[in-house]
Every structure is written in structure tokens, then in C-alpha cells.
Design a protein around this ligand. Sequence first.
Ligand SMILES: NC(=O)c1ccc[n+]([C@@H]2O[C@H](COP(=O)([O-])OP(=O)(O)OC[C@H]3O[C@@H](n4cnc5c(N)ncnc54)[C@H](OP(=O)(O)O)[C@@H]3O)[C@@H](O)[C@H]2O)c1
Length: 331
Amino acid sequence: MSNTILLDKRPEGTPKLSDFKFTEENVAEIKDGEMLLATKYVSVDPYLRGRMSDAKSYVPPFELHKPISSGVIAEVLESKNEKFSKGDFVSGRLDWKKNQVNDGKELIKVDSEKAPLSAYLGILGMTGLTAYLGLTQIGKPKEGETLVVSGAAGAVGSVVGQIGKIMGLRVVGIAGTDEKVEMLKSEFDFDAGINYNTTENMKDAIKEACPNGVDIYFDNVGGEISDAILFNINRFARMIICGAISVYNETSVPKGVSVQPFLIKNSALMQGFIVSNYEDKFQEAMQHLGTWLSEDKLNYSETIVEGFDNIPQAFLDLFSGKNKGKMVVKV
Ligand SMILES: NC(=O)c1ccc[n+]([C@@H]2O[C@H](COP(=O)([O-])OP(=O)(O)OC[C@H]3O[C@@H](n4cnc5c(N)ncnc54)[C@H](OP(=O)(O)O)[C@@H]3O)[C@@H](O)[C@H]2O)c1
């Protein structure tokens, strides 16, 4: 029975199950200041793909033959750390292990009474922060403007659209199935949706869905979908480049539309976004998200996969859109 998941090979193109290895590792005795943790929920995220390659990025690559890590909610089983007690739940970046010893320095306590534990990996975690801070800090929304969100039925996208509606925007979502597009409108209050897999001309479809043009584009996917947005942007449009999942598995530099003429003609802004650059605003963001959740102004969806051994497959499934909302593994 395995209890640890390692990165065995750096994926070439689309990651495969054989890039991961299941092993059995001994769990050390805890020393003073440490605690023994049991993993409860594991977040799988598209950005982990970047860490599996050894290209330079904003976070260091995973080491080969070492455990992979991501956002995890764990229960404290034993503690010799005065800040944490047996029975507490903690959140932070932890290894893909069933049990592990940790000194708690980078972990925060989460309250299972206030929200379901998995929510701290999504709407009350990195997902919610990314949606709120990307939209407000770069998008700078003004009531009545039009917002387009790609990857709209995913974790970040579904929250971005709802915050857009709270802020008085017209919101259009782009997703990969009719069922997801329907969900955007019925569960997340989007005004319109486009299924990019069945749309022949995205440029025209965006124009039709956005009769007043696009003021803000929250980009989760990059590639051709985002190229089509450029033809529809308004003067002083803001484009938040949050993710580019459609090109994460490319093995050569993808070719696309030259953005410069579009930006010049429209005095538009295109800016890369990394949530960790905005740590000083996390508290403000969490306050808004918590309030909107308690007032039922925000809704969230999760795809919960069961079983430690299914973590790698759940990660792979992000690239074929098997998730609606946040993809989480329950251990
Ligand atoms: N910059 C930051 O700080 C930050 C933080 C968090 C996340 N992100 C980025 O934000 C994006 C969304 O992350 P998330 O955690 O919310 O993931 P997610 O959207 O919940 O899951 C990924 C989704 O991407 C879509 N997708 C997969 N392949 C695609 C393709 N070739 N073309 C178009 N869409 C494709 C799928 O939905 P469909 O069925 O609709 O295709 C899938 O459900 C990712 O690119 C991620 O890297 C960035």
C-alpha cells in the first residue's frame, strides 16, 4: 500500500500517469515543535504542470523522485507544537503523502464549523483570492462594463464571473461543454455563455455575446480563445492574464496573433497576474469573499474525487475539463 506520490519523470507534452510514482515511505517520529498530520483534502491545480517541468518560473520546479506538493487540508493527529492541538485542521502547501511531519511554520488553522474543509482549497483559498484580486487589482471594474471570462466553469472562472455580477458588470463566460455553459447561467448568474468546442468562429461569437465590446477579459486559458478576444476589445480594455492552460502542454513556443497593434489601437492593458504578488491584500479579499458567501451572493461548485491513489488522475483530468468548479481529492 503506497502512502506517497513522487514525480518520476518530467512530463513531455500532456502529462501521463506514468510520470508519477506511488511509494511507501516511513513517517518520522515527531520532535519538539513538530506535529503529525493526516491528509484530508488535496488540491490539484493547472499551475502544478509548470512545476513539473524544469523551466524557470515564478516557483521552483518539483524535484524528480521527490514528493509532489500542493494545497492540502490536514488533520493534526499528534502535536508537540504549542500553536496546534490534536484535532485541529490546517491548510498549506504539503506533500502528496497520507501522513507527514511538519513544523507548522507555513500552515494556518482552518475552522470546519465555519465552512466545509474543501472550501478552504477553493473559494476560501487560492481560488477565491485569485478571482477577487485579479479582477479588482488589474481589471478595475466599473459598473455597466462587459467582462468576458475564459475557463469560466472552472474554479477561478466561476468565482470571477459572480464577482463581476456583484460589481454590476455584464458577464460572458467561455467553457468547453453546453452543460457547463448552462451551469454558468443557471447557477452562477452569468448573462451569456459560449461553448468554444462547438463554436466555429469565436471572434464572431464573442462579438454577438458582447454587443458593447469587451472592457475586461479575465484569461484563464490563453491560446486561440484569447486571440479571438483581441478583435473585440474596447478602448482602455484591461486583460488579466491569469492562466494559459490551453498551452501548458505545448512542447514548442505557441504561435498566435501579434498583440501589439490591438493594444496600441485601443490603449489597452494586458498584464500577467500571480496571486502571491498581492499578499498584502489577502485579508481584504477574504473579508469580501466571506461576506458574499454568508449573504448567498456567491455560489461555488466542486468536483470531489475520492481516494489518495486518484490524485494524479484528478490532476490529469483538469486538462480534459472533467471538473466543474474546483477539483479536489478527498483522501
Ligand atoms: N496566476 C495565478 O496566480 C493563478 C492562480 C490560480 C489559478 N491560475 C490559473 O487559472 C486557470 C484556472 O485555474 P483553476 O484552478 O480555476 O482550474 P480550472 O479552471 O478549475 O480547471 C481547468 C479548466 O481548464 C479548461 N481547459 C482545459 N484545457 C483547455 C483548453 N485546451 N482550452 C480551453 N480550456 C481548457 C477546462 O474546462 P473546459 O471544459 O471549459 O475546457 C478545465 O476544467 C489556470 O490556467 C491556472 O493555471 C493562476
